[in-house]
Each structure stands twice: as C-alpha cells, then as structure tokens.
Design a protein around this ligand. Structure first.
Ligand code: 5RP
Length: 259
C-alpha cells in the first residue's frame, strides 16, 4: 500500500487503538430529509468533536461542514436511486474522483448490491473506483447494501465482504450478524458495522460491543446516534466501547450522563 493511501486510512482508523468511530450522515442520498438529519449542519456540529470521520455526500459536505473542521471525510460517491424509485440497487457513480480530491477527502465509498439485478454493475463500479483510488492514494470503503429479500446472515455477508475485498476495497462496511467472526475471518481487510434502524440505546450499545468483541475494527453508525434523545451522549458511549474497551453498562452510563 502506498504512503498517501496509508496516511489517509490512518486518519480514519486510529493507529493508537486500531479502531474507528465513523459517523454516517449520508442517508439523504436516497432517503431525502431523514428524521434527525433535516438540517444536517445542526445535527453534525455537536457530534463533530467525537467522530473519527464523517461519511456523507459532497452536497452535505459543502453546505453543512465548515471547511476549517479537522475531520476526515469519507465521501459517498454512489447514488442515482431513491426510496420511491423502482430499484435501489441500480446505483451509479455520482461524484468524480477529481472532485473528491478537490474536497480533500480521506476515503471514497460506494454501495455494492450482491445478489441483486445490478450486482455486476455495482461490483464493476467498485473495481473502477479502486483503480482510481489507487492512482491518487485514496482508500475505498465498500458498503454491502442488503436488499429487502436478502438474509443478513454470515453466509451472505461473508460472501459480500469477501468479494469486496477481492476486488480491492481497502475496508468494508457491513452488518453485524450471528457468527460474525466467520465474516471477519474470511475478509482480509478491516470491517466496520452499520447501526441500522433506530433501536433502544442499550441495544445499540450492545450491538457495537458485540461487533467489536467479534472482530470489527469499528462502527459507521448513523440513526442510532443522531436519532437518539441524547446524540452526544450516544456517540461518546459508542466511543467508550470502541476505543476504551468499556462494557455495555459503562457505556450506557456515559450515554445517560448528559441527559
Ligand atoms: C446505506 C448507508 C447508510 O447511510 C448507513 O448504513 C447508515 O448508517 P445507519 O444504518 O447506522 O443509520 O451506508 O447504505
């Protein structure tokens, strides 16, 4: 791996713990004004000091993050579909690598839809993005998007993560599942987990704990942080688990502190 690419990756996955707390605020790219993200600047501002990186689109980056902010950016460069459209898997690339470089991002990211009608296109888009990322020293995060009909089990997620790594993704975002170790053990690059739909805070902390305990290198959480009744408490609690080896009880106490 070359120096620039490794340097960018180490801004996201912190070298002192080997872990990362990414804050996902890219939901609007297909969901529109998601609950809790209606005004992204207001959502993001109080959470910035506690996030190791922000995952978002260029539109939200330009409008809602101050350029002087010292925060690594993981730029979503795929989209072109919506929740009211015919097929969410029919994504394309929405942002050039040239623009990503202009925006000084630390990584670029896209979704792959393994098993969908557009499996091939999204996997070839990943391959193309990896080629371009390699050329300019920008790591690529592949997101294993799961269609409604797919089982979120270790067999399917292990397949998706391994394919993403084989094509050259530098790290992969997936879902936590039973037998998560087998997904981790068969994927040669680091895995981060999505939080998924909003669930009670203690359960979301348990999810983060289980993922880290079973080999994830971090979380890329969105709704379970910004839709919480205490978003700052929640991200601090997740940090305690990811970076400080806190138990779920200890982390839950952190969440409750600021309430
Ligand atoms: C969709 C994404 C989402 O933006 C991300 O997964 C959302 O995070 P969360 O599920 O924790 O709200 O990448 O493919």
């Amino acid at each position: 791996m070359d120096w620039g690419l490794q340097n960018r990756l180490s801004r996201i996955i912190k070298p002192d713990t080997g872990k990362t707390v990414m804050l996902a605020v890219d939901h609007g790219y297909f969901l529109g004004p998601t609950s809790g993200l209606e005004k992204p600047a207001e959502t993001i501002k109080p959470l910035l000091p506690y996030a190791d990186s922000l995952m978002l689109t260029r539109g939200v980056l330009r409008t809602s993050v101050p350029p002087e902010a010292d925060i690594p950016i993981v730029l979503r460069v795929s989209g072109g579909t919506s929740i009211v459209g015919k097929d969410l898997s029919n994504e394309g690339i929405t942002t050039s690598v040239k623009d990503a470089i202009r925006l000084n991002v630390s990584a670029i990211t896209l979704s792959i839809f393994v098993g969908s009608d557009h499996e091939k296109e999204t996997l070839l888009a990943l391959a193309d993005l990896v080629d371009k990322g390699q050329k300019y020293g920008i790591p690529v995060l592949a997101v294993t998007a799961v269609g409604r009909d797919m089982a979120r089990d270790a067999k399917y997620l292990g397949l998706c993560c391994r394919i993403a790594a084989e094509i050259g993704a530098h790290f992969v975002k997936t879902y936590y599942c039973d037998d998560f170790e087998s997904v981790v053990n068969s994927c040669p690059v680091p895995l981060v987990i999505a939080g998924g739909k909003k669930i009670p805070e203690r359960e979301a902390l348990q999810l983060a704990y289980d993922a880290i305990a079973h080999g994830a290198c971090g979380v890329d959480m969105g709704r379970n942080i910004f839709q919480s009744d205490n978003p700052v408490g929640m991200i601090r609690a997740v940090r305690a688990i990811v970076h400080e080896k806190a138990t779920v009880e200890q982390a839950f106490a952190v969440y409750r502190e600021g309430k």
